[in-house]
Design a protein around this ligand. Structure first.
Ligand code: SF4
Length: 473
């Protein structure tokens, strides 16, 4: 684990107000999800999860076919598909489009994919104003922070912090009532929508058989982003593809419920090209930027490519005991929680933050709630193995490997295991002294033992082993 990762974790753990904010917000989302998928409310929930998994598996295994079909349909409707291999190519495309059309102001709706490529920062670097219009994202843009959570980006901010931020950045009176804060943001953002030249959105789904970009949201800002400016650019990862419009019947039922406990989000938009002759609103130009950024590398990995099934509902974050303690900003990239722990090493390489796949208790809660049934614990185990193999290649971790080899040898020899257990029991302190190992100075001073004991007790071995008790029985 890197020093930065370790420091951020401890900063979050030491902040009691932040701990309460994370725990309360994720707890509320957990409860809402639980109610929304209860057997009496959604009897076919497990069947829907199986269908969603099957559909995603099929799409990812045939992605080349569906990408071509999607592109053909977007083109037929007058739009254009642009393939980008990384962050630079996305920024270059938007910059050249803005230059050609003389654009100066961009409005954006919430998109983790654009966060992934730091699009705002890259555009601002070239003196283009790019304004987030989702309330949570707008708050974070003013605070110069990245999202804390996939679905609720400003989950860690209290209304008092937002009031201070608005006063400082917008020069408005300190207002702590959330509805009034919303009206302040709305007043600023309405003007931006009216003046914007380009609207950039993400995409929740890309529908191959109709060439549609599907967006789900609760605030209506994505609708304004995609219809008020003359140009709409949707930026999406390749994996957002689904084969048919009718498959949305499965995914839309699962997404809202898993994310916020809603049957459906307030707005669901299907966008399939620029404004047509008889339509009264919509953009004149429509582009879909399909981002690779490491995704096609994953396609070759039979076991781990299931990570691309993710529909970014955030349920695994809310249910993860680790996320609920260390929060979103401790994670080394924009994607946090269990899904962040599996896609960050795969997109950026396992050496980016080698401790990440280990930051999990492997309790399995994430896999239990994932609406597309990604086996996150198994992917984490595979990534742990990759980290260890990489360390071995680089000549690190020799002592740890030796210790595990010895342990494996002992485990394969039950007689020796039993003898060592009996020896430990014969010198063990009384059972009630759980902190006994701390009293052993030499052991306590070894850094790995000290780190382990800083969070845990090691109960003394019992006087009689399980094997002995079993034999007596
Ligand atoms: S991994 Fe599953 S639970 Fe987590 S965000 Fe993605 S779809 Fe939701």
């Amino acid at each position: 684990m890197s020093v930065v990762f370790d420091e951020k974790i401890h900063q979050t753990l030491d902040d009691s107000k932040l701990q309460l904010a994370i725990y309360t917000a994720t707890g509320r989302l957990m409860e809402k999800r639980r109610e929304a998928v209860a057997a009496g409310i959604l009897p076919d929930y497990q069947e829907l999860r199986t269908q969603a998994n099957d559909l995603k598996k099929h799409t990812i295994e045939n992605l080349d076919y569906y990408l071509e079909q999607f592109e053909a349909n977007v083109t037929a409707h007058g739009g254009k598909v642009v393939y980008c291999k990384d962050a630079t190519e996305v920024a270059d495309f938007v910059l050249s489009l803005a230059r050609e059309r003389g654009a100066g102001l961009i409005v954006k709706s919430k998109s983790m994919t654009t966060e992934e490529v730091d699009l705002n920062e890259r555009l601002e670097h070239h003196h283009l104003e790019s304004v987030e219009t989702d309330l949570g994202e707008y708050i974070l843009q003013l605070a110069h922070e990245r999202p804390y959570h996939i679905v609720a980006p400003a989950l860690h901010k209290t209304r008092y912090q937002v009031a201070d931020l608005f006063t400082e950045k917008l020069g408005v009176p300190n207002e702590t009532v959330i509805e009034k804060q919303t009206m302040i943001a709305r007043g600023v953002l309405r003007q931006k929508f009216l003046a914007a030249d380009i609207g950039i959105s993400g995409a929740n789904f890309l529908v191959a058989d109709s060439g549609a970009v599907v967006l789900v949201e609760n605030e209506g800002n994505a609708r304004l982003t995609t219809s008020a400016p003359k140009i709409h650019v949707a930026v999406a990862g390749l994996e957002k593809m689904i084969p048919r419009a009718q498959d949305l019947a499965v995914f839309l039922k699962l997404l809202g419920r898993s994310a916020t406990g809603q049957e459906l989000t307030v707005y669901t938009s299907f966008l399939s090209g620029p404004r047509r002759g008889e339509e009264i609103d919509g953009p004149d130009e429509f582009y879909v930027v399909l981002l690779d950024n490491g995704r096609t590398r994953l396609l070759a990995d039979r076991d781990k490519r299931q990570s691309l099934y993710c529909i970014r509902c955030g349920a695994c974050l809310n249910h993860c005991p680790v996320y609920r303690k260390i929060g979103g900003h401790s994670f080394p990239w924009v994607y946090s929680g269990p899904i962040g722990a599996i896609i960050t090493p795969q997109f950026l390489g396992v050496t980016h933050e080698p401790g990440l796949p280990f930051a999990s208790s492997l309790c399995g809660a994430c896999a239990e709630v994932c609406p597309v049934k990604i086996d996150i614990p198994q992917v984490l185990l595979d990534l742990r193995s990759e980290v260890k193999k990489t360390e071995a290649r680089e000549g690190h971790g020799k002592l740890e490997r030796l210790a595990f080899r010895i342990w494996a040898w002992i485990m394969r020899h039950p007689g020796i295991y039993e003898m060592l257990g009996a020896m430990a029991a014969s010198v063990a302190p009384p059972a009630e002294n759980a902190g006994w190992l701390r009293d052993v100075p030499a052991a306590f001073n070894l850094p790995p033992v000290r780190a382990w004991l800083s969070q845990r007790d090691l109960p003394p071995p019992p006087a009689r082993s399980f094997r002995q008790m079993w034999r007596r029985r």
